[in-house]
Design a protein around this ligand. Structure first.
Ligand code: HEC
Length: 200
């Protein structure tokens, strides 16, 4: 091979190595030092399994989990919580940042809507609580039983949406999913050093 080909190859390798350093190696090294945000606990077994349901059902395609900075958006003014920081995601692999906001951001939905019964009914039939909602219903996460057992979480469904007979009880996946949703609370204030540079 002549010199020009060698130079071309060398240039290509140099560019690829530089890109790998800047885009992969350096960010990975920086992220190893990230500490959990104040008050953030690892997921319980049920919350973690609910997170699996969240991923499987594709909630991320309509809901983000990232409150963007106040200097560039109105996220905080909408009541979605303080701007998110890397420490909010230490227990999330893969994270559910999302790109679409067909529905509201869910980063702090557990703090905003802490009522289990509301969450269960909303998953069973969103239009039973928000008449204009375009969110899909998830009735297959629930069971219709003739009579509720002692450990069952009964969902009080308004007559318009209730089955003809029997009671609606939350299935194990609905229970886990609501446990996960209620765990989404990143509202604890940050120490000044942890806030994003823009927010300071
Ligand atoms: C096709 C888009 C779409 C999908 C998929 C979707 N949602 Fe929604 N979601 C919405 C819309 C629109 C709203 C606002 C209206 C309402 O409250 O129903 C909403 C509202 C919500 C709210 C209330 C948030 C608030 O601040 O009022 C929760 C909680 C929620 N969704 C959870 C979920 C979960 C969990 C899943 C997956 C199992 C899911 N969503 C899937 C569109 C969607």
């Amino acid at each position: 091979m002549n010199l020009r080909v060698w130079l071309l190859l060398l240039g290509a390798v140099a560019i690829m190595s530089f890109a790998a350093m800047v885009l992969v190696v350096v960010p990975a090294a920086l992220l190893t030092e990230v500490k959990p945000s104040p008050g953030l606990e690892p997921y319980t077994a049920s919350e973690a399994s609910g997170r699996g349901v969240y991923i499987r059902e594709g909630c991320m395609y309509c809901h983000s989990q990232q409150v963007r900075d106040t200097t560039i958006t109105t996220d905080e003014a909408r009541g979605w919580g303080r701007p998110s920081v890397p420490g909010d995601y230490v227990y999330d692999a893969p994270h559910q940042l999302g790109t679409m906001r067909t529905g509201p951001d869910l980063m702090n939905v557990g703090a905003r809507l802490p009522d289990r019964r509301w969450q269960l009914l909303h998953l069973y039939q969103p239009r039973a609580v928000v008449p204009w909602s375009i969110m899909p219903s998830f009735p297959y996460l629930f069971e219709v039983k003739a009579q509720a057992g002692p450990d069952d979480e009964v969902v009080t469904v308004p007559p318009a949406w209730a089955p003809e007979s029997g009671v609606v009880v939350a299935g194990p996946e609905a229970v886990a999913l609501v446990d996960y949703l209620l765990s989404l609370d990143h509202t604890q204030p940050l120490a000044p050093t942890e806030a994003t540079p823009r927010a300071r």
